[in-house]
Design a protein around this ligand. Structure first.
Ligand SMILES: [Fe+2]
Length: 304
C-alpha cells in the first residue's frame, strides 16, 4: 500500500489495494493502523457494491443500528444521504429531506446523540451532481493539539450534552419535531476522546451539542460555538470532491465533517454506513462520570 497525504495534518490516500480482496487477516490490519494514525482514509477507483460496502464496514466493528426495533426509523421522506425521495422524485427546497441535508451542512461528528456513538462512517458515492456537493473534513485531533494547555486541561474535565433534534432545530423547527430526531434521550460525553492505541486526544464536539455541564444555556452554546469555530478554521479543513469509485472512511472520534450545497435539481446519492464504537476504541475516555450522568439540571434549562 502506498500512502499520499490529503492534508498536512490528517488524511491519506491509499493506493495499491483492491478493497474486495481485503479481509480481517489480510490487508485490514494495515488499513486499521493507517486509520488510527491518519483519521481519514481515501481509496480511489474501487468497485464496491452495497454488500461489499457493508462487509468492509464490519471489519471496523458492529454496524450502527438506529432503529430501536422500529421497522422504519428513517421514513422515506427524510432519511439517507440523498435528495432522491422514496417515490423517485427529487426533494425540493422546503422538503424535510432537503432540510435534513442542510442540517448535515453544520459541522458535526456522527451519532453523538446515540447511547453508543459511532466509530467510523464509510461513504461510497453512487450518483453525483455535475458540480458542488463536496464533503468537508476538519481534524478534531489537530484542533485539540493546538489549543492552549490551560483550555486542553479544562476540556478534559468538561462534559457536553448532545441531542439530535438540537442540530435539526437550527435549520427548521418542523424538522426538529420529527420522531427520528426526538426518539433518543440526551447523551452526555466528555469533550475529549483519547485514542487508546496512540494516546492522542481529540476534541469531541458536534452540531448536536447543546449544553456544557456547569454552564448556563447561552454561555454553554457560545463555548461550543467557539470550539467548533476554532476546530474548523480554514487551515484545518480538507474538502473532498467526490468521484465515482471513491471509498472514504473517517474516524468519528477524531474528525468533524459537513456537507456542502449542490444544484438540487440534480441527484446526489452517497452510500453511507456507520459502525458503532466499542470499548477497545476508547469509549471509557468519553463516558460521563457518575456525577455528570446524574446531573440533569441542564435538562431543565433545555426542555425538550
Ligand atoms: Fe454526518
Amino acid at each position: 500500500m502506498k500512502t499520499t497525504p490529503l492534508h498536512p495534518r490528517f488524511g491519506v490516500r491509499i493506493d495499491g489495494v483492491d478493497l474486495r480482496r481485503v479481509s480481517a487477516a489480510d490487508g485490514f490490519p494495515e488499513i486499521r493502523a493507517l486509520f488510527e494514525e491518519h483519521s481519514l482514509l481515501l481509496f480511489k477507483d474501487q468497485q464496491v457494491d452495497d454488500a461489499e460496502h457493508v462487509r468492509l464496514c464490519r471489519l471496523f466493528g458492529p454496524m450502527e443500528d438506529r432503529s430501536q426495533g422500529e421497522p422504519d426509523p428513517e421514513p422515506g421522506e427524510i432519511g439517507g444521504v440523498t435528495n432522491l425521495r422514496a417515490d423517485g422524485t427529487l426533494a425540493s427546497a422546503g422538503d424535510l429531506r432537503t432540510l435534513n441535508l442542510q442540517a448535515n451542512m453544520l459541522w458535526h461528528t456522527d451519532s453523538t446523540f446515540l447511547p453508543v456513538p459511532a466509530l467510523i462512517n464509510m461513504i461510497v458515492p453512487r450518483v453525483l451532481p455535475s458540480e458542488g456537493g463536496a464533503t468537508e473534513f476538519a481534524s478534531a485531533r489537530a484542533a485539540f493539539e493546538r489549543l492552549e494547555p490551560e483550555l486542553q486541561a479544562r476540556l478534559e474535565g468538561t462534559f457536553l450534552w448532545h441531542r439530535y433534534s438540537h442540530s435539526r432545530a437550527r435549520i427548521s423547527p418542523a424538522l426538529a419535531r420529527q420522531g427520528i430526531f426526538t426518539m433518543w434521550p440526551d447523551q452526555c460525553w466528555r469533550a475529549v476522546w483519547e485514542n487508546p492505541v496512540n494516546g492522542r486526544k481529540s476534541l469531541y464536539v458536534a452540531s448536536h451539542a447543546y449544553g456544557v455541564e456547569g454552564m448556563g444555556a447561552a454561555e454553554g452554546q457560545a463555548f461550543i460555538n467557539d470550539l467548533l469555530a476554532r476546530a474548523t478554521a480554514p487551515d484545518n479543513v480538507y474538502a473532498h470532491r467526490w468521484a465515482i469509485g471513491d471509498v472514504l472512511a473517517w474516524d468519528e472520534r477524531a474528525v468533524l465533517h459537513r456537507g456542502t450545497p449542490w444544484p438540487y435539481e440534480q441527484q446526489r446519492t452517497l452510500g453511507s454506513y456507520c459502525t458503532t464504537a466499542q470499548e477497545s476504541d476508547g469509549l471509557a475516555s468519553i463516558r460521563p462520570t457518575d456525577w455528570s450522568a446524574r446531573n440533569r439540571e441542564l435538562l431543565e434549562v433545555f426542555p425538550r
